[in-house]
Design a protein around this ligand. Structure first.
Ligand SMILES: CCCCCCCCCCCCCC(=O)SCCNC(=O)CCNC(=O)[C@H](O)C(C)(C)COP(=O)(O)OP(=O)(O)OC[C@H]1O[C@@H](n2cnc3c(N)ncnc32)[C@H](O)[C@@H]1OP(=O)(O)O
Length: 467
């Protein structure tokens, strides 16, 4: 699970938004519209309640019509990548098709053959392992990210991580401290770069693969474009290999070789007035503030009988519900009870989960969850923080999905979130329009490292939220 992220893969996309009634203004200009299979298929898909999720079907080989669709990322149109062209990832020039083998690209070596020494850094810098339990180190990481992590193009918002959030995101069951990697200036000990991985199990089709979920890659603004990022990535890769982990999952807004799927953030305004004030939204020509407020008004009380906050005792039932739900996606998180306890049990201002308990019984029928991540609002006199909720996993077996998520919107609003974000993955497309989410401008690419999927997946094929 993760992220990047949400978030954070290129998190700026979370900050960009448009909607027919509320239009973006100074928010990032969209990348060129992808003339892609993914895009066309996901559009078609909205009308066609998908159960499955390969760009085509769920049989082991996609049919002719599906594989003859154009490659979403034809090699001729794309930039060269000095670093990525050397890595075990599907290259743009490989194209797509059944002749390519699905699965690991490189085979593992014995762990004792893995390079034992860290990669070289320029002489002024040194490696550090960031102990997130240590308050001072954790604060240093927060500060590095606060000043240097993802901003939107107009530089009006920057993602802002609390210590609690970082500990939740970086210390799941079985995590490796050695995967929380920093670089310091030797002379001053200032932290200037960071990258993290957390261990996870991800099922791709029928294979459950141990992976690192990589996130929070950050290089200090003054050290950009000096090829430090590839060294950070190689060092994390080396440390993952030392733990016998040979695959990774990550997301980002940058187009690199080669996404397994591309999805988009949708935004549901909870506090339209503030969102307009801080220029997250711009009112469309036929929209007034009072109409926008009215349009986005939510009921005061939740609608679903038996809707309540998740508790520790719910973990086994929720794990079962979630595993059943996730089994239908081509690629999905493989979560056990320990994972569910860590990732989904509520932590104030970090993660919220709600269950629906059938009245008069112990049966849990439905589940919804979101995490909280704020952004600093730069250069605004009235507001300094934008509080956003990000949809995690929503499972409905009895309550209609849109009703369940509407109740999540109501509780998120009560907890002072300004906006509720959701990716168009899993079954989310089924509630986005209905609940007045608007599509954001930026896309988020999902990647696998050292694992080839030889066809394009539609975003509803993804049963995996990376932070
Ligand atoms: C088995 C285990 C494996 C584990 C590893 C799995 C892979 C994990 C991969 C990491 C997943 C991270 C997930 C997240 O955290 S996504 C969030 C990324 N962070 C930000 O956007 C924060 C603000 N930006 C920065 O701090 C810097 O601009 C960063 C650090 C992003 C690049 O620094 P800088 O701008 O100074 O560049 P450079 O001169 O050092 O290096 C240039 C090279 O780096 C490639 N580059 C640039 N950005 C990214 C990116 N987001 N993913 C992968 N590669 C990236 C770029 O294409 C080029 O290579 P090539 O195009 O020439 O080939």
């Amino acid at each position: 699970m993760k992220a990047t992220h949400m978030l954070p893969g290129a998190r700026c996309q979370q900050l960009a938004t448009s909607r027919s009634q509320l239009r973006p203004s100074a928010i990032p200009s969209p990348p060129p519209p992808p003339q892609t299979l993914i895009y066309r298929l996901s559009t078609q898909l909205r009308s066609a309640a998908p159960r499955v999720v390969v760009a085509g079907n769920d049989s082991s080989s996609p049919d002719e019509e599906q594989i003859s669709n154009p490659d979403p990322h034809p090699a001729t149109a794309l930039a060269q990548h000095r670093f990525w062209e050397t890595q075990p990832v599907r290259q743009f020039k490989d194209g797509l098709g059944p002749s390519l083998v699905e699965g690991p690209i490189e085979q593992p070596t014995p762990v004792d053959a893995v390079k034992q020494e860290p990669y070289n850094l320029p002489a002024l810098y040194e490696w550090t392992t960031c102990d997130m339990d240590d308050d001072r180190t954790c604060a240093e990481v927060c500060n590095l990210l606060r000043d240097n992590y993802v901003v939107n193009e107009a530089s009006t918002f920057r993602l802002s991580f609390s210590k609690e959030f970082l500990r939740w995101a970086l210390c799941p069951p079985g995590y490796f401290k050695s995967w929380h990697i920093g670089v310091r200036v030797k002379a001053t000990q200032k932290l200037v770069s960071f990258i993290t991985g957390v261990p996870s199990r991800i099922r791709v089709r029928r294979e459950v693969v141990r992976m690192a979920e990589v996130n929070l890659l950050c290089v200090h603004k003054k050290l950009r474009s000096k090829r430090l990022a590839p060294v950070m990535i190689k060092e994390l890769t080396r440390r993952a290999h030392l733990e016998n982990v040979w695959q990774a999952a990550y997301t980002g807004g940058l187009l690199l070789p080669t996404p397994i799927a591309t999805c988009r953030y949708w935004h549901r305004s909870l506090n339209p007035k503030k969102l307009v004030d801080v220029r997250f939204y711009r009112l469309g020509p036929r929209m007034t503030m009072s109409r926008a407020v009215k349009l986005h008004r939510l009921p005061e009380a939740i609608v679903t009988l038996g809707f309540r906050k998740m508790e520790l005792a719910d973990v086994p039932a929720i794990t079962k519900l979630l595993r059943g739900f996730l089994s239908q996606f081509f690629i999905a998180a493989d979560l056990d009870e320990k994972d569910v306890e860590h990732w989904l049990l509520p932590v104030e201002n970090v993660v919220d989960s709600y269950v629906v308990q059938k009245p008069g019984t112990n049966e849990l029928t439905d589940f919804c969850s979101f995490y909280t991540l704020s952004s600093s609002i730069l250069n605004n006199q009235n507001h300094s923080v934008l509080k956003a909720a990000y949809s995690l996993y929503n499972v409905s077996t009895k309550t209609p999905l849109h009703q369940l998520v509407n109740d999540a919107l109501i509780v998120a609003k009560k907890e002072d979130h300004d906006v509720f974000n959701a990716l168009d993955i899993m079954h989310n497309h089924a509630f986005l329009d209905k609940l007045k989410f608007g599509p954001g401008d930026w896309r988020r690419h999902y990647y696998l490292y050292n694992y080839r999927i030889p066809f394009a997946l539609r975003s509803p094929a993804l049963g995996l939220v990376l932070l």
